[in-house]
Design a binder for this molecule. Structure first.
Ligand code: CP
Length: 314
C-alpha cells in the first residue's frame, strides 16, 4: 500500500469535486488504487484509522454509499456509528443543527452526511470542527460517486481521459451525480455530452459548455462511455414526464442504441437501476456494463477519502 504522506492535502471536508484541483483528484484516485489492494487481501484490514470515529448520518435512503463508507471505515480500523432518519429523533422534529451538534458532542473525526437539501453538507462543515463528507445532498453534489466513476473509467481507459467522450443520459435536472461527474470528468480531460428530454435538462445547461442532445441516437454516436442516470421520480414535479413508457421508448439505453456508440463503449450507472426504464436488462447484464466495478471502486475511493480526512491532523 502506497499512502504518500508527502502530498499536501489541504481540505478539511469533501463537499464536492469542484473544490479539488486536478492534482488533488489524481492523488486521491492513485491512493484509492493502493487501498483496492487491501480489499483483495484475505485479511481486509489495516490499522490506519485505529482510534478514529466515523459517523454515518444518512437522512435519505442509501444502499451503496452508506454500506461502502461503513466497509471502508472498518477496513481502516475506524469505529463507525450510523444514524438514519427513520428510528432517530429527526422524525420527532429535531433540526439539522441540533442533530449535528448532538453528533459532534460525541467527538467524531469524520461525519458522512446524506441529505435531501442541497447545501446540507456545507452547512455542517461551517458548524462543526470535524471533517464532513458529502454523501449526496439534494440535486447538488455527490463527490464520492463522481470519484468512484472516474476510478472505474481509469481502470479501463488509463489515467488521462484526453480524447475520450462520455455521454450522461437521462434525468440530468435532478441529478447530483451528473453535476459532480460533469466537473470531474472534464477536470481529468474527457469531453462530456448530455442527453435528456428538454424537461429534464437544467435551465443553466447552456452555461455548462458541453454538447447537449435530445435525440439519444444522435447522442450516442462517437462516444466511448455512457452514464445512465436513475429517473428519480421522487424528486421531480408532476408533469415533467407525463408518460413513463414514452420516456422509456425514447431514452432507454438498449443494446441497439449501445451498438451505435464507439465499439466496446462502457456503460455506467450510479444505481439503483430502474431496469427497463433507463437501461435495458441486456445492457445492464452485459460485459460492457461497469455497475458492479463501480460498487467495488466505491469502497477503495471512500477508504482514500477517509484516510485523507481522518489523518489530516496527525
Ligand atoms: N449511487 C448511490 O448513491 O447509491 P445509493 O443511493 O444506494 O447510495
Amino acid at each position: 500500500m502506497n499512502t504518500d504522506n508527502r502530498y499536501l492535502w489541504k481540505h478539511k471536508d469533501l463537499l464536492d469535486v469542484s473544490q479539488l484541483s486536478r492534482e488533488d483528484a489524481t492523488h486521491l484516485l492513485d491512493l484509492a488504487v493502493s487501498f483496492q489492494e487491501i480489499n483483495n487481501r484475505p485479511v481486509k484490514k489495516v490499522p490506519t484509522l485505529k482510534g478514529k470515529t466515523v459517523m454515518l448520518f444518512f437522512a435519505e435512503n442509501s444502499t451503496r454509499t452508506k454500506t461502502s463508507f461503513d466497509v471502508a471505515a472498518k477496513r481502516l480500523s475506524a469505529d463507525t456509528f450510523s444514524l438514519s432518519k427513520s428510528g432517530s429523533s429527526i422524525n420527532k422534529g429535531e433540526t439539522l443543527k441540533d442533530t449535528a451538534l448532538t453528533l459532534m458532542a460525541m467527538n467524531p473525526d469524520v461525519i458522512v452526511i446524506r441529505h435531501s437539501s442541497s447545501g446540507a453538507a456545507e452547512y455542517l462543515s461551517k458548524l462543526l470542527p470535524c471533517s464532513i463528507v458529502n454523501g449526496g445532498d439534494g440535486w447538488h453534489a455527490h463527490p464520492t460517486q463522481a470519484l468512484l466513476d472516474s476510478y472505474s473509467l481509469r481502470k479501463v481507459w488509463g489515467p488521462d481521459f484526453t480524447g475520450r467522450t462520455l455521454l450522461i443520459l437521462g434525468n440530468i435536472e435532478h441529478s447530483r451525480v451528473a453535476r459532480s461527474n460533469l466537473f470531474l470528468l472534464r477536470l481529468l480531460g474527457a469531453k462530456v455530452r448530455l442527453c435528456a428530454p428538454r424537461t429534464l435538462l437544467p435551465r443553466q445547461y447552456r452555461l455548462w459548455d458541453c454538447e447537449v442532445y435530445t435525440d439519444i441516437e444522435e447522442a450516442v454516436k462517437g462516444v466511448d462511455a455512457i452514464m445512465c442516470l436513475r429517473l428519480q421520480l421522487e424528486r421531480q414535479e408532476a408533469g415533467l414526464l407525463p408518460d413513463l413508457s414514452e420516456y422509456s421508448r425514447r431514452y432507454c439505453l438498449t443494446s441497439e442504441r449501445l451498438a451505435m456508440a464507439n465499439p466496446g463503449a462502457y456503460v455506467l450507472h450510479p444505481g439503483p437501476m430502474n431496469r427497463g426504464w433507463e437501461i435495458a436488462d441486456e445492457v445492464a447484464d452485459s460485459g460492457q456494463c461497469l455497475v458492479l466495478d463501480q460498487v467495488s471502486a466505491g469502497v477503495a475511493v471512500r477508504m482514500a477519502v477517509l484516510y485523507l480526512l481522518g489523518t489530516r491532523n496527525d
